[in-house]
Design a protein. Structure first.
Length: 92
């Protein structure tokens, strides 16, 4: 009846446990994929500190000058002079 494989019968529960685990993991992956797909359809939020839509992005040199002025490393006169050298206007 059991053809001498009676010792394998006690390990059948491991196969069942692995099968249930795989099915649960697949279900979780499908749900996560659907949730991320539906969230990506919404318009993305611009990063904090980014320029408003339609505004010209500032060059990296301009950003560095802005930071140095904000930290007090250069005076406003130095700032305006360096902007002139870069070919940018203070209002932009």
């Amino acid at each position: 009846m059991m053809n001498g494989n009676w010792y394998l019968m006690g390990l059948a529960w491991i196969f069942g446990l692995v099968l249930v685990t795989v099915v649960v993991l697949l279900a979780v992956l499908v749900v996560r994929a659907l949730v991320s797909f539906t969230q990506n359809e919404a318009a993305p939020e611009p990063p904090v500190g980014s320029p408003p839509l339609g505004a010209m992005p500032r060059s990296r040199a301009r950003q560095i000058l802005d930071e140095r002025l904000a930290h007090g490393h250069i005076t406003p006169d130095d700032y305006n002079e360096r902007l002139r050298v870069l070919g940018e206007t203070p209002g932009r």
